[in-house]
Design a protein around this ligand. Structure first.
Ligand code: PDD
Length: 290
């Protein structure tokens, strides 16, 4: 596997960084995950825009222009074998003497990009749906930044794995007169279906603005699927007819059991089936058109 590190393309075994790297010491950096289908990066512009948003959020200058990023990405895709890949972009505030405050502006950031084979979910899982658990969303108030400091997400996601499930659905607890509400998954966005309406949580500082989430809403708009983007209460999550999870690597999956109880009919429902099919068509059309 060939990776990109600070201007060089290298076999992954030869890639090294300083132990003083602020990514290592403080988790001080941001990342992106970009799916590649048939050697073409999916929604590259949108991913690079979100990367810019994350960098702005941590006050780190973007080390590359869009055309430089594009050149790195095109080159890395070409240097790796799989037709379908996922790219992991990782930028940290560089290596400096340990101090929480930012280092001098001359310290160069660390820029790392790797490619892995993209393994979309197995057909059996798509057919059966997956189970999920719920947990209190105990993360910080800037979940819109795709930060590499993912310890809360790691612990929350492990709760799902420990329960033999695929994801943890995160609920912000009730405060004052506001009900508990859905934010997202530990590593995905979550949609609720009720009475034929697709419900999506509003994008705000408490969730990652998913690129797949946007595609799903565009599909809903284009195909006349009734949908609403609004705050979704925890009660609505537990009373859902269907629950969907979305991410760049898992695309769209049906959650058919939540906390051990069936969701709706406990199998992928009509909304999931429709959206899954439209998502696959959308992907094919976009990739063909490029
Ligand atoms: N994560 N919310 C969180 C917390 C995520 O980590 C992800 C994806 C998403 C979905 O975003 P997108 O549709 O742009 O992939 C939402 C990636 C896949 C990861 O960390 O590996």
């Amino acid at each position: 596997m060939t990776i990109y590190l600070n201007g060089q393309y290298l076999p992954i075994e030869q890639a090294t960084i300083s132990v003083l790297d602020r990514g290592f010491i403080f988790g001080d950096g941001v990342y992106e995950v970009i799916p590649v289908y048939s050697r073409r990066a999916f929604r590259l512009e949108e991913h690079l825009q979100r990367l810019q948003h994350s960098l702005d959020g941590i006050r780190l200058a973007n080390p590359h222009s869009v055309s430089e990023w594009t050149a790195i990405i095109v080159e890395l895709i070409a240097r790796n074998a799989p037709e379908d890949q996922y790219l992991y972009l990782h930028i940290t505030r560089g290596a400096a003497k340990r101090d929480h405050a930012f280092p001098a502006p001359k310290v160069p950031p660390t820029v790392f990009v790797m490619s892995n084979p993209l393994l979309t979910p197995a057909p059996e899982l798509l057919a059966s749906g997956v189970c999920a658990v719920t947990a209190e969303d105990n993360r910080w108030l800037r979940c819109d930044i795709k930060a590499i400091s993912l310890l809360p997400n790691v612990l929350l996601r492990q709760m799902a794995v420990d329960a033999g499930c695929a994801e943890t659905v995160l609920i912000r607890p009730a405060v004052a007169c506001e009900n508990a509400f859905l934010t997202e998954g530990a590593a995905s966005n979550i949609f609720v279906v009720k009475n034929g309406t697709l419900l999506a949580p509003m994008k705000d500082n408490l969730m990652l603005p998913g690129i797949t989430y946007d595609v799903i809403l565009e599909i809903a708009e284009a195909h006349g699927i009734v949908h609403q983007v609004r705050k979704i209460t925890a009660a609505e999550v537990f009373a859902a007819d269907e629950l969907l999870l979305t991410s760049s690597t898992r695309e769209v999956m049906a959650i058919t059991h939540l906390d051990g109880k069936p969701v709706g009919a406990a199998k992928p429902g009509p909304m999931y089936n429709k959206i899954y099919q439209l998502y696959q068509e959308f992907k094919r059309d976009v990739m063909r058109a490029k």
